[in-house]
Design a protein around this ligand. Structure first.
Ligand SMILES: Nc1ncnc2c1ncn2[C@@H]1O[C@H](COP(=O)(O)OP(=O)(O)OP(=O)(O)O)[C@@H](O)[C@H]1O
Ligand SMILES: [Mg+2]
Ligand SMILES: [Zn+2]
Length: 508
């Protein structure tokens, strides 16, 4: 006796097809699961026996073996409960064959209730690619799964519903395809509440428009956290493709809301300075995504940057540069995407008032130095836009003049992002911050005065080649916000202005 049921497995974000093959042969009664199952899969034996008992069924007498093929790939997680059980049900004739075009994914409770599993979207997308037409899974996963094209999704609360469906007794209604539109910003943080701070607002607008990393440095109370919190209100809309990518990461991490299973706004992840390296960039024996990957296609916000462990900050260097992170483990390596806009805020010294014209700094120069140098040069190098935030002018604060609302800024950001989408069509690049050196000359054409200015700045300020490229990319965004095809002198000037901090504070 032999039966076969399709399923899917997951390692990191990588889904792969799995077939649960069950066979029974004469011999001492036994029940084994083979094919590189981990502990969680081994535990499913007990659950499956209990569920069969609930259904008043029993394993066939003799030797029963379930093989999870391909045997060369390690299987982790509880999602194989359902396919293994279905293979056994087919083996004992409770359901007939005819499930070749179907896949089954789900964890079982002892009473046969189906419990949701993580990473469903990745698994169903993979199944669809492999020709699967129908997917049966826990009801709580159905909405998320239905986002995948080309498969009909059947969600069930209990295994009996699936059995009844396959025996054509009572059919499960297919899950309607979930296709939410991209959400508008709905929070109530608005830039209209921030009085004055025009230079900081312009810098933030530019960062959001080109997805440039941003550092804000200033004394306590100058409004750095207030400004950062409002960034989600001006971010460009997330595309459907980006939304699927970010949803897959959130799904693997198990932080999807089953009622709204698609991420329809760019994530904004504020991370506490107590975060570990694993928490920030990912890891663990079965590598999980870190905050930087949960922020994929959105913002990673690190407030009070020098309070972070220096070693932890250094782990960000490669992921920020590459836009993805590979975690290697004995069980294999996993790559998670992390194309993020890093936003960081910090005081200039332990007391916070170094460089503040209005208050006296009480720190020694050594203390100031040590504090600033918690941020290494390579980390600073990766931050395109660095600005000083001074406490708001008394006049700006007291006059309470109406300030530009976030919606107006968001419109300009979106227009600049649309220009970039057109420019980078088919290249895989999504924003000016990711312009590669092979196309920089072509996409960052400058007027002659602009080129002169950049050349002079390069010589006078002793810029590195890397800094040169970064200034050019930011200038590209300034020009896009202006609707200008050519980068003009004023755009170069703005971009250089956004890089004055490291010379003022970090100069040797
Ligand atoms: N430009 C401004 N307009 C209106 N209110 C402001 C402005 N700047 C600061 N505030 C007020 O001051 C409060 C403190 O600002 P915020 O916490 O953002 O400062 P911070 O720079 O992050 O300080 P810290 O370095 O202590 O974290 C804000 O919550 C807000 O009420
Ligand atoms: Mg703050
Ligand atoms: Zn100080």
């Amino acid at each position: 006796m032999f039966s076969k049921i399709n399923s899917a497995g997951l390692f990191g974000l990588n889904a792969f097809p799995v077939v649960a093959e069950a066979s029974a042969s004469a011999g001492q009664p036994s029940f084994d699961i083979v094919g590189m199952p981990d502990v969680a899969v081994q535990e499913s034996k007990a659950r499956i026996r209990a569920v069969l008992g609930q259904l008043n069924l029993a394993l066939p007498g003799g030797k029963v073996t379930v093989n999870l093929a391909p045997a060369s790939v390690r299987k982790t997680g509880a999602m194989f409960d359902l396919p293994i059980t279905m293979a056994l049900l087919e083996l004992i004739g409770v359901i007939q064959t005819g499930t070749d075009d179907a896949a089954f994914i789900g964890e079982l409770s002892l009473d046969g209730t189906l419990a949701p599993v993580n990473g469903v979207l990745s698994m169903v997308l993979e199944a669809s690619k492999n020709g699967i037409k129908r997917v049966f899974l826990p009801a709580a996963n159905a909405k998320e799964a239905s986002v995948a094209e080309g498969v009909t999704v059947y969600g069930a609360e209990h295994i009996t519903k699936i059995i009844d469906h396959l025996r054509m007794r009572k059919m499960i209604a297919p899950e309607p395809r979930y296709m939410p539109s991209v959400d508008e910003y709905i929070g109530d943080e608005d830039f209209a509440h921030v009085m004055g701070q025009y230079a900081a607002k312009k810098a933030i607008e530019t960062a959001a428009a080109g997805s440039h990393n941003l550092l804000m440095l200033g004394p306590p109370g100058s409004g750095k956290s207030m400004l950062a919190k409002r960034i989600p209100s001006i971010l460009p809309k997330i595309s459907f493709e980006e939304s699927i990518e970010t949803t897959q990461v959130h799904s693997v991490a198990g932080i999807i809301d089953p009622r709204h299973p698609l991420v329809t706004r760019r994530p904004f992840r504020a991370v506490s300075h107590t975060a570990s390296g694993v928490g920030l960039v990912g890891g663990g024996s079965i590598p999980k995504p870190g905050e930087i990957s949960l922020a994929h296609n959105g913002v990673l916000f690190l407030d009070e940057l020098p309070e972070f462990d220096r070693k932890v900050l250094e782990t960000l260097r490669q992921p920020l540069e590459n836009g993805d992170i590979t975690i290697s483990r004995a069980a294999g390596s996993v790559t998670y995407p992390c194309d993020v806009m890093l936003v960081a805020a910090m005081n200039p010294c332990p007391c916070g008032n170094f460089g503040n014209p209005k208050k006296k700094c009480t720190c020694s120069l050594n203390q100031v130095r040590a504090y600033l140098h918690k941020i290494s040069q390579p980390v600073l190098d990766r931050i395109d836009i660095q600005i000083e935030v001074s406490p708001v002018d008394f006049d700006d604060l007291s006059q309470r003049k109406p300030q530009e609302p976030s919606s107006a800024i968001a419109e300009r950001v979106q227009r600049a992002r649309d220009i970039q989408a057109e420019r980078f069509k088919g290249t895989g690049i999504r924003s000016n911050s990711r312009i590669t050196s092979d196309i920089i000359a072509e996409v960052c054409a400058m007027s002659e005065p602009a080129e002169d200015m950049l050349k002079r700045a390069f010589e006078k300020l002793g810029l590195s080649a890397r800094a040169y490229d970064r200034i050019l990319k930011v200038a590209r965004t300034c020009a896009d916000l202006d609707g200008s095809q050519i980068i003009e002198k004023t755009h170069i000037a703005q971009a250089i202005g956004f890089r004055s901090l490291d010379r003022k504070y970090w100069a040797k």
